[in-house]
Design a protein around this ligand. Structure first.
Ligand code: AMP
Length: 193
């Protein structure tokens, strides 16, 4: 893995452990010679992860839509800031640039980005690893919800397994590095119904 995209909150949240883990994730990527691709802002967890990577001598590439430039306050010290025209272009660019994605805690934007990567994966549109860093239990309710989707027949086990979950950065990176995407498609074949 040479480049990873990190999706995370444009807010800092209220849990200092989460903020620290965002910084630590940036630093760990740098130490492993993995370039960071992210949303390009200097605010919230986005700023923490970028500052972490840059402070450890790593590279941070931001992808920011023009219209968000002032709202999310562009980071001024990035290795590269790519300005795009729309949110769709931003996600496409972030996807194109990376070998995998990690979601940290965040709000609607983070969830939307994470779930789009998952839905693209279950359709077989990409084979990249998708990691969820469950910082201080933030994602426990989501992990339980996803298990409920499987139990109630809305999600296949093989698709649930596409989301790699861990409480620690090193374990998550290990899982991502060794991830092999399944060849099975989402759609049930007519003969199997
Ligand atoms: P949030 O998790 O809501 O703080 O947002 C995290 C990042 O996702 C921010 O850079 C938002 O601009 C971005 N974002 C918000 N909504 C969307 C969306 N519909 N599509 C893509 N990115 C979004």
């Amino acid at each position: 893995m040479k480049r990873l995209t990190v999706f995370c909150g444009s807010s800092a949240g209220t849990d200092p452990i989460v903020y620290l883990q965002a910084t630590l994730l940036g630093q760990t990527l740098a130490k492993n010679n993995i370039e960071l691709v992210y949303g390009g802002a200097k605010v919230g967890l986005m700023g923490a992860v970028a500052d972490g990577a840059l402070s450890a001598g790593g590279k941070a590439i931001g992808v920011l839509p023009h219209f968000l430039r002032s709202k999310e306050i562009a980071h001024e010290h990035l290795t590269e800031l790519i300005l795009v025209d729309s949110m769709h272009e931003r996600k496409t660019k972030m996807h194109e640039l990376c070998d995998g994605v990690i979601a940290l805690p965040g709000g609607f934007g983070t969830f939307e980005e994470l779930f789009e990567m998952l839905t693209w994966a279950q359709l077989g549109l990409h084979q990249k690893p998708i990691g969820l860093l469950n910082c201080n239990g933030f994602y426990d309710p989501l992990v339980a919800m996803i298990q409920s989707m499987v139990d109630k027949g809305f999600l296949k086990q093989v698709n649930q397994d596409m989301l790699l979950v861990s409480n620690t950065i090193d374990d998550l990176l290990y899982k991502m590095k060794h991830y092999v995407a399944p060849t099975v498609g989402k759609w049930i074949k007519e003969e199997n119904v």
